[in-house]
Design a protein around this ligand. Sequence first.
Ligand code: NDP
Length: 267
Amino acid sequence: MRKSHKLFAIFGDPVSHSISPLMHNYAMRGLGIDACYTRYRLEEGTKLAETFHQLRLSGVNVTVPHKEAAYHACDRVEGIANEIEAVNTIVLQEDKLVGYNTDAPGFLKSVLQMGHISSVCILGAGGTAKAIASAFKARKNSVTIINRSPNRLEWFEKRGYRCMTWETFKAGEHYDLLVNTTSAGLQEAMLPAPETIIFNLLRHTSYAIDVIYNKTTPFLQAAKEAGIPCKDGSEMLLYQGVIAFTHFFAHRYTEEEIEVFMKRAFV
Ligand code: NDP
């Protein structure tokens, strides 16, 4: 039996930088919910389920590097998380761990406000690229992946995505949306691909997004200078949190109600 005061957490390593506790606590307080959200540095992904139960949690968000481990730790996985094979939200339901991926719908919610999108080019082939690619594939949009090295493209090739490396890049094709999901620009001021590729892509896209948040990366700066409507990953972060919150509380609150309070973490 769990106490009525519910406890939630974010699991990751590192996790000290995460603003998820701020986002969720604002929403819990604002909506008058008797619950609290903390952070927990989880070093070993294999200990995820055990740690969840030991801490008597009601739900968690999972961040780098444990989203794949979270997928395997769940008793049941719902929706698009099955396609991505990665989970970022786990909820305790009747003593079972139920997993979801809210990065994918969170990204869609942030991007579909920009305009009509039916073709997407994704830079990078890591976990975030898998979530975003799966979200657009589910909408039957055309998705192209460009990655520095060929190894990580295998997952996408097996699932029928169009894939290119920097060497096999085809210039001059139009995409409605160009997304940077690489970590280039996070620590160092670098573009996610050679300049010739980036500038060619920017000449042929309607919108651009960098999933890195709270920062103007060289990629975002180049998109701005090219006059392309663009944004960083703050809204993706906000909406993955809003959607996770709807799962934590069994859809008792609407996304709009949650967003009002959660977005205060971004001011
Ligand atoms: P992964 O480690 O899974 O993947 C990283 C990808 O970036 C790989 O494809 C890698 O290519 C590529 N890459 C790394 N460095 C470079 C570089 N210097 N030049 C070109 N390509 C590079 O990372 P994630 O998918 O988990 O995360 C990626 C980014 O997304 C992070 O910056 C993270 O902060 C952000 N993020 C934002 C979220 C949000 O809510 N806004 C949510 C989740 C993540 P290769 O295969 O060749 O090594």
